[in-house]
Write a protein of this length. Structure first.
Length: 160
């Protein structure tokens, strides 16, 4: 009888943990049905350049007026090793800016214009990852995507 009681307690704990994970959004994907796909990028090793010791790509997306939500979906992302460039991993930075940004400029040019920044970091050898995140769009005029030694699909959705 004791063994049955322990199994019941363990099953209860597992059930509670599963509910917590599902409620926290760790297993959910964002519903983009009523959102507009503003931009999509399939980043590979070929999109990255070696600058100042880092394999980078800085991409900017201008937002239309009155954006209420900026949602970033990332699919099958993973770190890459490029030529002689050796690193322990990579990252994506997703940023909303209060100014219109210009492609061809380094993200450091806009450090005073950041509204919100979120990162996804991975180590070499990590399994590919997918997920989504929402950025503060209050006053946002553009979105920046900084890719440091990563590859995968990035989608920028908006809701007006």
């Amino acid at each position: 009888m004791k063994m049955g009681k322990h199994r019941l307690i363990i099953s209860g704990i597992i059930a509670i943990l599963l509910v917590v994970v599902m409620v926290s959004g760790c297993t959910s994907t964002a519903d983009t049905t009523n959102m507009e796909l503003l931009a999509e990028y399939n980043l590979t090793k070929d999109n990255l350049t070696i600058e100042g010791g880092s394999a980078l790509a800085d991409i900017y997306v201008t937002l239309p007026d009155d954006v209420e939500t900026v949602l970033i979906k990332y699919n099958n992302i993973s770190p890459v090793q490029i030529g002689d460039f050796t690193d322990t991993g990579g990252y994506f930075e997703f940023v909303t800016y209060n100014t219109v940004t210009q492609n061809g400029k380094n993200a450091n040019n806009y450090s005073d214009n950041i509204i919100e920044m979120k990162n996804v970091r991975m180590k070499l050898g990590d399994a590919p990852s997918s997920g989504n995140l929402t950025l503060n769009s209050n006053g946002a005029k553009s979105v920046g995507i900084r890719c440091g030694a990563m590859q995968g699909n990035i989608q920028v959705y908006i809701d007006k």
